[in-house]
Design a protein around this ligand. Structure first.
Ligand SMILES: [Zn+2]
Length: 233
């Protein structure tokens, strides 16, 4: 049982891979995923858990780190030894903000992918943990239609796209993330990147760059938004 595996363990380090949070406990690691709406935070007022609270980590000094997930898409599991060996993590592609992710890597990863580039960017084997909002926004900033077949993108356009993915994520991190419904950071503060959206959730509104009407379509199960004039195939 999880509680017995981690009881008395010392947290040696915290790390992140894709959308997984890794708590190194020496003999193994806790792997946490916040799902769509999960939140991990330090309980300061000693509040008792509610029905949406699924996991408490009680530290030696009494501090409680709590996982709340109203929609229950998150997970907590234990991996003995190297957490990156877990099947969920072993095949994840390069981190988008690492030097391993660049135009050359994106170009190489898309050569045999005939699916639409938006769909391919959502595949964590190509790039780790790029969310739907940021894939939409990066494609707009790169001037690439989300419906372009991934393998048709030239090396030059892959360079631009990789750079715009990095730029978009850095802007979003600087703004504290995107708070569409109830997202808040671990300090309880809402993010503000939604005020900088160029296309996401703006179907029917004018493009801020050219005035054309932003379109919204479904790709796979996910919402895609794009400007038909600024973004070409
Ligand atoms: Zn436009």
């Amino acid at each position: 049982m999880l509680a017995q595996l981690v009881a008395g363990a010392t947290v040696r380090s915290l790390a992140r891979r894709g959308k997984y949070l890794l708590v190194d406990c020496g003999a193994g690691s806790l792997i946490l995923h916040l799902g769509m709406s999960g939140r991990l935070w330090v309980v300061k007022d000693g509040a008792a858990p509610t029905p949406h609270d699924h996991f408490d980590m009680v530290l030696e000094n009494g501090t409680v780190v709590r996982l709340r997930d109203p929609r229950r898409f998150g997970l907590v599991l234990w991996q003995a030894g190297d957490p990156l060996a877990h099947p969920l993590l072993a095949e994840i592609g390069p981190e988008p903000l690492s030097v391993a992710f660049d135009g050359a890597a994106l170009h190489a990863a898309t050569r045999n992918r005939s699916a639409a580039i938006k769909h391919v960017l959502m595949d964590s084997h190509v790039v780790a943990g790029l969310g739907n909002i940021y894939a939409n926004e990066a494609l707009f900033r790169a001037g690439i239609s989300p419906r372009t077949a991934a393998r048709r993108l030239s090396r030059e356009r892959c360079e631009v796209l990789a750079a715009k993915i990095r730029e978009t994520l850095e802007l979003a991190i600087g703004a504290g993330g995107s708070s569409l419904r109830d997202y808040v950071a671990s300090d309880g503060m809402a993010g503000n990147f939604q005020s900088q959206f160029m296309v996401y959730d703006r179907a029917g509104e004018p493009c801020q760059r050219c005035g054309a009407v932003i379109r919204g379509v479904k790709q796979g199960q996910r919402s895609t938004f794009y400007c038909p004039r600024c973004q070409r195939r």
